[in-house]
Design a protein around this ligand. Structure first.
Ligand SMILES: [Zn+2]
Length: 121
């Protein structure tokens, strides 16, 4: 994936190929604040996304966090520095629920109550 290719396009090609997530994750880059300049929601292309930082490391890598789309209410976990921006059919309800539960004190109430594709209500 080149630096100019929107991640949304990448996710769509990934979706067609149905490659295992781990294989694909190796090609993903660590989440840095400047990546917000190129990241768009893979569902509706909304841009920019809202970045929540739960834990960080120097100089600007987000280790744990979330990206929120204010257009469609989807959340995208940042796990072990990797922004996991998958289309709904490739997401795991169990993993999404675990993520919401783990960070429920840091996530906005509206994400917990009505976030997509999974929420805690
Ligand atoms: Zn969206």
């Amino acid at each position: 994936m080149g630096p100019d290719q929107p991640l949304a396009d990448f996710c769509q090609s990934f979706s067609r190929k149905k490659e295992p997530l781990l294989q694909t994750a190796k090609h993903w880059r660590p989440m840095r604040r400047k990546l917000l300049d190129i990241l768009a929601c893979p569902i509706d292309k909304h841009y920019p996304l809202r970045l929540l930082e739960f834990s960080t490391k120097e100089p600007d890598v987000i280790v744990d966090g979330a990206l929120l789309c204010d257009a469609c209410s989807r959340f995208y976990p940042i796990v072990d520095e990797i922004p996991v921006m998958l289309p709904d059919d490739l997401r795991s309800t169990r993993e999404d629920t675990e993520f919401l539960t783990r960070w429920k004190d840091r996530l906005p109430k509206e994400t917990l109550a009505s976030g997509k594709p999974v929420n805690l209500s």
